[in-house]
Design a protein around this ligand. Sequence first.
Ligand code: BG6
Length: 274
Amino acid sequence: MTLEPRQFHTDRCDAEIFDHGAHVWSWALDGSPILWQSSHSYLEAGKPLRGGVPVCWPWFGPGRTGDQVPAHGPARLAGWRFLGTSGGGARTTASYELSSDALPDALPDQQWRLSYDVTVGEKLELALMVTNEGSTPFSYELALHTYLAVGDSRRISIAGLEGASYLDKVTGRREVQAGDVTITAETDRVYDRSPDVVVTDPVLGRSLRISSDGAANTVVWNPWVAKSAAMPDFGADEWTTMVCIEAGNVLGQAVSLSPGARTSLRYHLAVERS
Ligand code: BG6
């Protein structure tokens, strides 16, 4: 069955969100797409969508043990409950929820609730809350895995991470960021910091400003040539038009949540014309 997204419109933006994964699929400001989607993405229940903003929970990639499936956790494959919208005019908020009743195997024997507010307007504002509704603590990884549309990934520069240490998942080594991040090869890095990040895009003549709250890590991902070719849901040349700048709490920065506690992760994306 082909999935159909919900459509949202404000004075300046158009957005689409799938209930599948509470997945923000598109957000266009004044007619310009800001989020990226693969033209080869699956749009089927049970499969991840390639593009937009996947919600990765309760593990990231293969998880801390390196062997968890599905990749990036089952929340992005689940049918979330759409609770409705609020606002109108300049900004609209769509609210979603997912709980342990609907996805009991995600964290066995734990009771939890994810609440997700997606606000579209002049900015894209994402707020994901995790509540421990059970009587024992649990821990999780979380990432808002945003795919950004860029004119040419080889020509962008990503400022804000200078001096941050990171795990290079391509080489397995730890490094420290020198200067701006540029994409010159397969790039898959988990930074131990989540500062404001600005992506300058000379081809599209704009900058994308990302800020987050509640995140310990920034992940920067571009698959480059060989990895793109190996993915069935990724066009061979599409890596030139995207970069992922993700905010989250992963690997050694996973979150521990005591009974009754609630945490939040916020991700804001704004566009500046240059
Ligand atoms: C990134 C990871 O966040 O997501 C990469 O750091 C991974 O290692 C990429 O390849 C895409 O993951 P997936 O499961 O959507 O193909």
